[in-house]
Design a binder for this molecule. Sequence first.
Ligand code: GDP
Ligand code: MG
Length: 652
Amino acid sequence: MATSFNEQLDQHGAWRREFALRLKLLAEWLKDHDLLDAAIEERLRRLEAQVRSDKVMVAFVAEFSRGKSELINAIFFAGYKRRIMPASAGRTTMCPTEIGYDAEVPPCLRLLPIETRLQPQPLMEWRLAPEKWTRVDLDVNDPAQLAKAFEKVAEVRHVSREEARALGFWHDDRPEDNPPVSADGRVEVPRWRHALINIAHPLLKQGLVILDTPGLNAIGAEPELTVNLIPQAHAVLFILAADTGVTKSDLAMWREHLLPDGPEGRDARIVVLNKIDTMWDALSSEEQVQAQIERQRGGSAEILGLPREQVFPVSAQKALVAKVGDDAALLQASRLPALEAALARTVMGERQRILRAAVGTGIADLRAEAGRALAIRRRDHAEQILELKGLRGKNTSVIRHMRSRIEQEQRDFDVSGAKIHAVRSVHLKLLKDVFTLLGTAHLKTVMTDLTRELSTPGLKLGVKRAYADTFERLRASLREAQGKSAEIQSMLTGTFRQLNAEYGFSLQPPKEPDLARHARDLELVERSHQQYLGMGNALRLAQPEFADRLVRALATRLRVVFESALGEVELWNKASAAQLDAQLRERRRNFARRIEAIERIQEAASGLDERIAEIESQDAAVNQLDAKLAELTAHLVATPAPPAPAALAAAA
Ligand SMILES: Nc1nc2c(ncn2[C@@H]2O[C@H](COP(=O)(O)OP(=O)(O)O)[C@@H](O)[C@H]2O)c(=O)[nH]1
Ligand SMILES: [Mg+2]
């Protein structure tokens, strides 16, 4: 196994820790040299948060009993030397289970009761109310206790048919999909709606989050999974079983929940053909067995419309047995290593690409802003030197005259400070429109309209239309915000140019916010919705509570998109304000320094040449700062290399 998923994640974790450390050093250094303004501080804070909270979500999606939980055991938890997630006959995951690590919370399993489905809050809101969840503390050093606790995700309850219907598990129109009914007419439903497992497993500590899901029905009943969790995963593993082939419900699942494009249009789907050990047959030759597996691999790929290389035949069960028993030959036969390599490539490649882009632009902007402050200092030095050189050989009255001229300039400048503040307030007024377009209140209005539209009797056939209109409105808001930003930018460019000419400033408008990324996110959300609406969910959508839940889930997702757009606009605003402030501050300091220099010359406390030499050495120090800044930021942009293709090809 050349580059296992575990090793990849380890390397990535090391890089993140180093990045955080370097960022901290840079912040301290900037502060020590008086270069840390509000905008730069904000940028540093964001970069730090982005890298710290960098999570890698891998979702396991498939019909029940395909071996999702067993595969999770084999890939991630074999180190516990036993089966951790319940995955034996008759014991299946009943609720979506997220496994991750949060240092703030003790190791535990939290379970959200299924009855919360009867209330309107989306899952994201329940997450913020940990006291409503049932908590079981976990002992990570005791694998048996872990496994025992995790069995809770398989718990069920027996309820009346009405209750099952209200919870979204019973549909009179599709009896074949309904859960089992006991002799006394009670329906078996999951006991829990969602499970969150928090354990300090090394991989989870690196930011890995695993999402294990129950089958098609349970997923369909929870819109949050469909519109939020699954589409945002960095990789989605879709699992088929060799003993069942591609069934009708496998296909339904594939079409509804596995979007062809991940974020930025990348294919983050991996298809697993599990349980190949059921095809191992002592009476057939090794070649015959392999040929049969390959035939099934090809067949599955064809049905799903994928190249055969994207389907990975494995045996999760044998792989787990092999890892627990250190049986290299069996591990090889299970073919898990090839799948692990593909997973590493997809997940880490995707994650690193996103981070690298974010860090790259963040650091470049930060470097430009800090660099600008240094440029101002340099120019001030040059002007002072020129001014002082002009005093060479001049008598005291000329020097006195010079001093009063600087003082007059200083007074004039203080008066014009008002003008600079006027620029700020015009800018802020224009920005308010942009803030409104991207703000929570506006989004809420659009969502309320959608809810009203969907609850209008007789509209049911127009559900798709109602969604399409909603997205069009949101797109229009983003477009309008972009247009207004462009106007503000050109105003800013004009006034900055004017101020530069008038006061010899070197203001440069910060880069205009680019909302295209957010428009793309919006499009992705829309597509996952369209896909979902287009499939056999008409019955569900006809239920007002379900439609309501779907809108709420959508709203939480959209809030993230719009908040991030808003954040970008805010940063842009902060950067332009910080530049003006910095420029004013430096100019005031500059006046003080010039007057002080003349004072000292007047009092013959220091010679002219001595003073010039002093400024020249200060200027050399600024050059050194600039070089150091380049060095510190260059270190930060260096991100870990993506996995070597050769190594991966060897593993596959
Ligand atoms: N023969 C065989 N059985 C497997 C394999 N993986 C899982 N199973 C069995 O399939 C059943 C369902 O597995 P599970 O992981 O619970 O499926 P899930 O519902 O998709 O999470 C269990 O009885 C497993 O023991 C495999 O690779 N080979
Ligand atoms: Mg399971």
